[in-house]
Design a protein around this ligand. Structure first.
Ligand code: HAM
Length: 420
């Protein structure tokens, strides 16, 4: 061990477990790539102001959890706590919305940073795969995203997740609700900080985890009862489209998200095997975000799924992913001549797309065979001086234990045909 450890709230992804993370990212991305979403990558840091304006000045993410710093050049930057503001910023900067092809559909995968109190499922560095559909107000787009996330989770074999769905209204009906909620909250017995929150961001109070607060919130006005006709009709259409697609969901009138940019459709994917950090993914519509960061009106919708928590959910359900063997053939040379010959064989196998590895370092047969076993390879190719003198190598089937001599010039073709 070195003097150093991974920083608090972070962990390293190392083999063999790291293969699961790659598989999860691939599985989430696959339905997106199949549905017209193009890949986008943005910097790991952005101007602090982008998140302050986008995610919301009064959110926990911005006030408590952001890794913000000033550069030597005097720029105020922050490690990205989420992807939506960055992706929209990048799309606007590249004028993707002016190319005449709306919505602009983008997907991304990367690391995000929040200075949170670490616990199982909650880290300071975590990984998301996300999707944003920018520039269209169409309930089918909201439905598409929910259906694709459901498809991604199901393709991984997850079953015990639920989709919570709500509408947060728009700039017409939400202010009316906000005022009604504020009136209600002012009549409660709340501490000063919570009262202040009720003033600035009353919807967040609904999300308070404390029992004594939740008890008082029974009977709080619900946004559902305040939605304007347009929001109601929009939400009903989203619900019908997801239902018709065979995706089940639960209406959750109290679902509030931790980011301020949401309007209308909001949803969360929760997994029941994860304890308190149960949200494996979340998203919704953010029709006002573009204007909040200085762009034109671009109604949009998106989600991000947490890779770390998805892996935990798989473990909680006991799902083992069918990962392709990382090595199919392992070569064990005995002596210098065999080393040259088998190194050539391994290189050729690799060029032909066969996953192959080699016993490096001067090892005896016993040590090398141990490596071959650990590699998980189906076949081992062993060659010593005597074999090569006869023009052959030994091909061992690691499953059956059977071993045959194969001509040096035939070994690549033989392995390819056995593995196909
Ligand atoms: P979010 O709900 O903040 O939404 O994060 C999405 C997912 O990221 C969560 O459901 C969770 O799985 C994972 N996640 C968040 N924080 C942590 C953490 N500290 N440790 C481990 N996993 C975490 C967003 O980020 C929005 N940008 C989603 C979105 C996209 N909305 C519209 N478009």
């Amino acid at each position: 061990m070195s003097t150093f450890k991974a920083p608090k709230g972070t962990y390293d992804l190392i083999p063999p477990d790291s293969a699961k993370y790659l598989a999860v990212r691939d599985a989430i991305a696959a339905p997106l790539r199949n549905s017209g979403y193009g890949y986008i990558e943005t910097p790991g840091f952005e101007s602090v102001e982008l998140f302050a304006r986008g995610v919301g000045e009064s959110t926990d993410i911005v006030t408590k959890e952001m890794y913000a710093f000033e550069t030597k050049g005097g720029d105020r930057l922050a490690l990205r706590p989420e992807g939506t503001a960055s992706v929209l910023r990048a799309a606007l900067e590249a004028n993707l919305h002016k190319a005449g092809n709306l919505p602009v559909k983008l997907w991304y995968s990367g690391s995000y940073y929040r200075y949170e109190r670490p616990q199982k499922g909650r880290y300071r560095h975590f990984s998301q795969v996300g999707a944003e559909a920018i520039g269209a107000e169409d309930p089918a787009l909201d439905a598409e995203l929910i259906i694709l996330a459901d498809q991604a989770y199901r393709s991984l074999g997850l079953r015990d997740f639920r989709i919570l769905l709500n509408s947060l209204g728009d700039q017409e009906c939400r202010p009316v609700y906000r005022a009604a909620l504020q009136d209600f909250l002012r009549g409660l017995d709340l501490d000063e900080e919570t009262l202040r929150r009720a003033d600035i961001n009353p919807l967040r109070v609904l999300d308070d985890k404390r029992d004594d607060v939740q008890k008082q919130l029974v009977g709080a006005p619900l946004l559902r009862d305040y939605l304007c006709d347009a929001c109601k009709a929009y939400h009903e259409e989203v619900r019908e489209l997801i239902t018709a697609a065979g995706v089940s969901f639960e209406d959750d009138a109290k679902l509030v998200r931790g980011l301020d940019y949401y309007t209308r459709t909001t949803f969360e994917f929760v997994h029941d095997g994860l304890g308190s950090q149960s949200a494996v993914g979340g998203g919704g519509r953010y029709d006002g975000l573009s204007e909040m960061i200085g762009g034109p009106a671009l109604p949009s919708v998106g989600w991000a799924l947490g890779v770390d928590r998805t892996v935990l959910a798989l473990e909680a359900e006991g799902v083992t992913l069918e990962l392709p063997a990382s090595t199919s053939v392992f070569a064990v040379p005995l002596g210098d001549e065999a080393r040259r010959v088998l190194f050539g064989v391994v290189s050729e196998l690799r060029r032909n797309g066969v996953a192959a590895d080699f016993s490096y370092g001067a090892k005896g047969l016993k040590g090398a065979m141990k490596n071959a076993n650990r590699s998980g390879a189906r076949y081992t190719v062993v060659a010593g001086e005597r074999d090569l003198a006869e023009g052959v190598v030994q091909l061992k089937d690691m499953e059956s234990g059977e071993q045959v001599a194969v001509g040096v010039n035939e070994i690549v073709a033989e392995l390819e045909s056995r593995l196909s």
